[in-house]
Design a protein around this ligand. Structure first.
Ligand SMILES: NC(=O)c1ccc[n+]([C@@H]2O[C@H](COP(=O)([O-])OP(=O)(O)OC[C@H]3O[C@@H](n4cnc5c(N)ncnc54)[C@H](O)[C@@H]3O)[C@@H](O)[C@H]2O)c1
Length: 679
């Protein structure tokens, strides 16, 4: 089946969620129809978008013309016949089963039979809603989180009868619109609300039982979970009745432990928010912590027992959707698996429930939970290795490289695998190496560990180079530094037209050490390699294709088909650098001719070309030692073998990471502009 292409999208219900979902789709370039019952409701939704966008302009998230363009892509209407041409609909009407069933019936009549129909329900069964249609195979759940234009998380929920290809297409679309999707089965609360609602509810129980007062519970939760708002303040902000309704729904489906605390119902009846006033009593923090963690650990393990979600998705859900610094399983690891089991034991005793096997088994095995940061699956003879750290833009660290290396070896040795595809989960491909790892090891004076990490990375990339099967980088989004280097070790780079890429290393005091000074010149020549490495210039996939850095650039919905075409072509055995296209020739010649120092100091002849002058100006801000070493390695490397070049990169690592500039550059990242002194 050809990849599903998404043209116009639609949202039903122009309320808080619907308007935000429409805004996000339009922000990412899609035309969106926003449908409601009448023109007033539509106008209200358009007003919400207008307001959110003008706040975005004020906060400099959007330029005024961008905001106008986004608004221009959202059309509001009460005319449902206009849905005949759309490819995907997200329903976000009132959370009322009959209302939603009626909406799905109507959607079934007005849309094409191949249009994907998604519900944003928080508590109803996707399968049940799908049954209102003649084509339940095209109905799925897409559960977004408030504020849907800002919060990246979306739970993708296949119904019992959903067509897996349509579900996969909807998943890819989520990544295209900048979301971080996680899977959930069609079960009450899906993944995140399954533990988040009990978290709110347990705080009320602690109050009800007199374990602590509200200010104490608030303060203890903020400390334990590392969050800005405790459960009571959150309920005040999002609506106390919603918390009650959610707990009632879970309680009905899952039993007494999930049912609302009496005091929660009383608070809703009073129509008041919780009063947060008062001083916290620190002596009660430990008791609050144990109860709150016990509940979270219990639910997280139980939902994994039931295969509602994986441990990785459970944690991603907390980090991305709730903005907790750590997910439940990372918290279990930090707390200690044995201690966590005791806390959960207390929960199970209190509610007469079974200890979840996920936790019991881990405790019996000993040691912390291990996370699968690289997903590996074989479909139709192709191995797809996907780095699954979407909230860290799939940055490479020791665990990721170790797991990717293992997965690659298995795929390479598998006779049933004809080709290997490397990709990243979420919006980006791979945002380089984990900078915190470098900073930590420089501070610990353990530069050997940095060398070992790079060595393993180089070795893995070398195996990709030499693999007898075609290896394809599926670059659907941002690729920086190590991510771009990894892609360059593949036979093919297939990029989506949304992808952008750069070598930012010399701007943070180091040089690219995973072949970034070696492999690019074998595709784009020495001049353009120096240009990219010396300026850190971000280039689009289209530009990258024009200079020969990537093999193919296609629209986002065609990327998988293009990847498969490359697999069919087999591995690339020989590659010669492409001659730069005419508009890149001056740049290429300027950088090829001049050494790093001359470029950094602006002592070069640009023939008065303002654009070249500006480009040279960018080199002035980079770290001098990193520039010099990178320049030497690019030039030397192009003359010899790839192995010699890579050995050169490895050989200078200790020298570069020992510089003051490396520490300055790496530790200032994201905080301030670094100041380099050439030391
Ligand atoms: N608010 C949240 O935090 C949140 C989070 C995740 C999911 N959800 C889910 O999203 C959905 C919408 O929630 P919301 O907060 O945006 O609600 P809302 O009340 O703000 O908006 C609902 C919109 O649906 C419209 N509507 C009602 N019946 C309709 C019909 N038959 N046809 C067309 N439009 C109709 C209403 O006019 C209104 O504009 C619910 O299913 C809710 O559970 C909400």
């Amino acid at each position: 089946m050809a990849a599903k292409q998404f043209g116009q999208l639609a949202v039903i219900g122009a309320g808080n969620m619907g308007s935000g979902i429409a805004q996000k789709m339009a922000t990412e370039g899609f035309e969106v129809l926003m449908v409601d019952l009448n023109e007033d409701a539509v106008a209200r939704g358009l007003g919400i978008i207008e307001k959110t966008l003008s706040e975005g302009v004020e906060r400099k998230i959007f330029k005024p013309d961008q905001a106008e363009a986004i608004k221009g892509r959202v059309q509001g209407t009460a005319d449902w016949t206009r849905l005949a041409g759309v490819d995907l609909v997200v329903e976000a009407v009132f959370e009322d089963e009959q209302v939603k069933l009626d909406v799905f019936k109507r959607l079934d009549e007005v849309t094409r039979p191949d249009t994907i129909l998604a519900t944003n329900t928080s508590s109803l069964s996707v399968t049940k809603l799908a049954a209102a249609t003649k084509h339940p195979e095209r109905v799925i759940g897409l559960h977004y989180f408030y504020h849907p234009a800002k919060n990246r998380l979306v739970e993708v929920i296949p119904g019992k009868n959903s067509n897996p290809e349509l579900v996969a297409a909807a998943w890819t679309l989520q990544e295209q619109i900048g979301k971080t999707p996680i899977w959930s089965t069609d079960d009450p609360g899906f993944v995140v609300n399954r533990y988040f609602v009990p978290w709110l509810n347990e705080s009320v129980r602690l109050l009800e039982e007199g374990v602590a007062d509200i200010p104490t519970i608030e303060a203890a939760c903020k400390k334990t979970f590392g969050v800005g708002m405790g459960p009571f303040e959150l309920m005040n902000v999002t609506g106390v009745p919603i918390a009650l309704h959610s707990a009632e729904t879970l309680g009905k489906e899952l039993g007494a432990f999930y049912a609302p605390a009496k005091k929660l119902a009383e608070q809703v009846a009073s129509k008041e928010n919780w009063s947060l006033d008062g001083e916290a009593d620190e002596s009660k923090f430990a008791a609050v912590e144990e109860r709150m963690l016990g509940v979270i650990f219990y639910v997280a393990a139980a939902l994994c027992d039931e295969k509602v979600g994986t441990i990785e998705d459970t944690d991603i859900g907390a980090r991305v959707g709730l903005r907790w610094p750590k997910g439940p399983f990372e918290m279990i690891n930090r707390y200690g698996v044995d201690k966590a089991r005791s806390a959960v034991n207390a929960v199970c005793d209190r509610w007469d429930m079974k200890m979840p096997a996920t936790l019991a088994d881990q405790a019996a095995k000993g040691g912390p939970f291990h996370f699968e940061l690289v997903k590996s699956e074989v479909r139709d003879g192709v191995a797809y290795l996907t780095i699954n750290r979407p909230d860290a833009m799939n940055a490479l660290n020791e665990t990721v490289v170790g797991q990717l290396h293992d997965a690659f070896k298995i795929a390479a040795a598998d006779d049933a695998v004809k080709g290997i595809v490397i990709g990243g989960a979420g919006k980006g491909f791979i945002a380089g190496a984990d900078i915190r790892f470098f900073v930590k090891n420089i501070e610990a004076k353990d530069l050997d560990r940095i060398v070992r990490f790079t060595e393993q990375g180089q070795q893995m990339l070398r195996e990709m180079d030499n693999c007898s099967k075609p290896v394809v980088a599926r670059m659907h989004g941002l690729a920086l530094g190590g991510g771009l280097e990894l892609a360059l070790a593949c036979d093919y780079i297939v990029a989506s037209d949304k992808a952008v890429m750069a070598f930012p290393e010399t701007g943070i005091g180091i040089y690219p050490g995973l072949g970034g000074t070696q492999r690019p010149s074998r595709r784009i020549g020495v001049g353009l390699t120096k240009w990219m490495v010396f300026t850190g210039q971000m280039i689009s996939a289209k530009q990258a294709e024009a200079i020969g850095l990537v093999d193919k650039t296609v629209s986002a919905d065609q990327i998988d088909a293009a990847v498969l075409e490359c697999i069919d072509q087999g591995p690339v055995t020989e590659r010669t650098a492409q001659v730069p296209p005419a508009d890149f020739v001056p740049l290429s010649e300027l950088f090829e001719k001049n050494p790093a120092d001359a470029l950094r100091e602006g002592r070069v002849e640009t023939g008065g070309d303002a654009k070249l002058q500006k480009t040279v100006g960018k080199v002035a801000h980079k770290a001098p030692i990193a520039l010099r070493l990178a320049g030497e390695m690019i030039e030397e490397g192009a003359k010899g073998s790839l192995d010699d070049g890579l050995a050169m990169e490895l050989g200078k690592l200790t020298e570069i990471f020992a510089t003051e500039d490396a520490y300055e550059g790496l530790s200032s990242l994201g905080r301030r502009r670094p100041e380099f002194h050439g030391r």
